[in-house]
Design a protein around this ligand. Structure first.
Ligand SMILES: Cc1cc2nc3c(=O)[nH]c(=O)nc-3n(C[C@H](O)[C@H](O)[C@H](O)COP(=O)(O)O)c2cc1C
Length: 205
């Protein structure tokens, strides 16, 4: 089973990448072949709205999306990660979503593939759930099978969200940490990787 992780952060290898990697590591431990793609390392132009994809399952632009289309076709599961920017995905992630329109208008190329979203944010309760909801909507549009992970035991959080907020100091100022310090977010990300592979096995992939 192939699990493709796509990171829509502008900062390769930083917080969002770490959260995505945690999910991919758990998927690999469960037996999957994994790959993490950093969108920021690729040359992917803006969708120009030419609407050619109303008639064809390919894009008129010629750039690094071509290779990514092939990776997505070959993947059994796609994990899409984005930082929370103003309560939604980063512009880089949104443009990636737009560029997947050729996989949707003539036929749903990604239909039946497994999918999941992950996000990182600066603050708690400041838009991360909206970011995950947008990724869920993208998965639903492509008729993908969305996995929402929940580790055993008490409910910890609504999804794979890691934040850099570590509370307030005595003066009431926020204390920041690396998102890697968010034990709950990373536990859910790992569970997500495990659950994605478990679903794949149930589906015979
Ligand atoms: C333009 C911009 C907008 C942001 N908007 C939010 C926001 O609405 N809520 C929030 O909690 N964090 C927000 N953040 C913080 C990022 O979500 C957070 O730093 C994230 O972990 C960065 O991921 P990265 O390490 O992959 O770059 C914003 C950051 C930037 C640069």
């Amino acid at each position: 089973m192939k699990v493709l992780g796509i990171n829509g952060s502008h900062r390769a290898g930083k917080g969002t990448a770490a959260l995505l990697q945690a999910a991919l590591d758990a998927a690999a431990e469960a037996g999957a072949e994994t790959e993490l793609v950093e969108l920021s390392r690729l040359n992917i132009g803006f969708c120009i709205g030419c609407n050619k994809c109303l008639m064809q399952t390919s894009c008129t632009l010629s750039d690094d999306m071509e290779g990514l289309y092939e990776k997505m076709r070959g993947a059994d599961a796609i994990l899409l990660a984005s930082p929370d920017y103003f309560g939604t995905v980063s512009a880089r992630t949104k443009n990636f979503m737009d560029r997947t329109r050729p996989f949707h208008m003539v036929e749903n190329v990604l239909k039946g593939k497994i999918g999941a979203g992950l996000t990182t944010a600066g603050l708690n309760n400041c838009g991360a759930e909206g970011t995950l909801a947008l990724i869920d909507q993208w998965l639903a549009t492509h008729e993908m099978l969305a996995v929402h992970a929940r580790p055993e035991g008490p409910v910890l959080a609504p999804g794979a969200i890691a934040t850099g907020f570590a509370g307030l100091d005595e003066a009431g100022r926020p204390v920041w940490r690396s998102v890697k310090g968010d034990a709950i977010g990373f536990a859910i990300a790992r569970q997500l990787g495990t659950d994605v592979v478990a679903l794949g096995e149930r589906l015979g992939r």
